[in-house]
Design a protein around this ligand. Structure first.
Ligand code: SAM
Length: 221
């Protein structure tokens, strides 16, 4: 599944378009106000003193960069002086998307707002950060399980005959005997914990449609 999503010919390694011919629409494409509400929230966190004025706003898996650009746009509208102190960065695995995101920032802000990139959270070592990720948790690969055996595809059908101690342990811990066990969440959380001292992480998978995050966590150090 990892190969299918992120390998050379993988879905995310090559996807470009949103809409009928491409990937599903997310709230990012539907309205700039999604980014607007997040910008308002970030300003509140800074005003309350939880985040510093020189916080790094970091989007993870940003596709064309529309959401982060909307956040910048609304910070400019609501509290423009913050643009002098904030930094903007994107965690993006794919070079072709890093190029598109840089171009979009250039077209939108004419070089006034700087955007930096990293390939992975492991490269960041920040003091104060706001992490935002839209629709990425459902883009992690997973194992399909049935009674703690892993499913593999054989001669046109899925058979459950492989064992793996890590999958078995997780299945037991979360009381699952069928369905999916997602890979990579723990590593992602640990990488984020090492990426910044004080941060808030907010993520949406389905909740964006209901205007509430599926998950948000504050970490103080
Ligand atoms: C469904 S797309 C969502 C894109 C965009 N956030 C949006 O809302 O339109 C999921 C994206 O997350 C990226 N992704 C998944 N896991 C990631 C990780 N650990 N680090 C960085 N990007 C990741 C994928 O490469 C893909 O571009």
């Amino acid at each position: 599944m990892t190969e299918w999503l992120y390998g050379e010919y993988g879905y995310y390694s090559n996807y470009k378009e949103i809409g009928k011919k491409g990937d599903f629409y997310t709230s990012v494409s539907a309205s700039k106000f999604f980014g607007g509400t997040i910008a308002k929230h970030i300003i509140k966190l800074i005003d309350e003193g939880f985040l510093e004025k020189n916080t790094t706003i970091c989007e993870i898996g940003a596709h064309k960069g529309y959401l982060l650009a909307d956040i910048v746009q609304f910070i400019y509208t609501l509290k423009p002086e913050l643009l002098e102190t904030l930094s903007f960065t994107i965690v993006e695995r794919f070079d072709f998307l890093q190029i598109e995101q840089t171009q979009y920032f250039q077209e939108s802000f004419g070089g006034v707002v700087k955007l930096s990139h990293v390939n992975s959270l492991k490269e960041l070592n920040l003091y104060s950060a706001f992490f935002i990720a839209n629709e990425i948790f459902d883009a992690f690969s997973c194992e399909l399980i049935y009674q703690d055996k892993i499913g593999t595809y054989e001669e046109g059908k899925i058979v459950f005959n492989e064992e793996n101690s890590w999958v078995k342990e997780k299945a037991k811990k979360y009381h699952k005997d069928k369905g999916e066990i997602t890979l990579g969440y723990e590593e992602f959380a640990l990488e984020m914990a090492g990426a910044a001292k004080t941060f808030e992480f907010m993520t949406y998978d389905y909740g964006e449609m209901q205007a509430r995050p599926d998950f948000s966590i504050r970490v103080y150090k």
